[in-house]
Design a binder for this molecule. Sequence first.
Ligand SMILES: [Zn+2]
Length: 65
Amino acid sequence: MARKMIWIESERFWGWGCSDCAWVFILAGQPKANTLEEMLQDYEDQRDNEFKAHVCAKHPKANKT
Ligand SMILES: [Zn+2]
């Protein structure tokens, strides 16, 4: 099964995460963009790159709750 990027909404976090592990995307620093369009593009680029780069084994899902 291939991992997927999924939208997560919970009390503590909302944003993009991985369907297979506990990885979530957190924007690092301020986007260096002048327009909203550039900002969105920057956000999507960072998000996609980090999603591709993360290793599921390093972000194990917490099984307790
Ligand atoms: Zn993952």
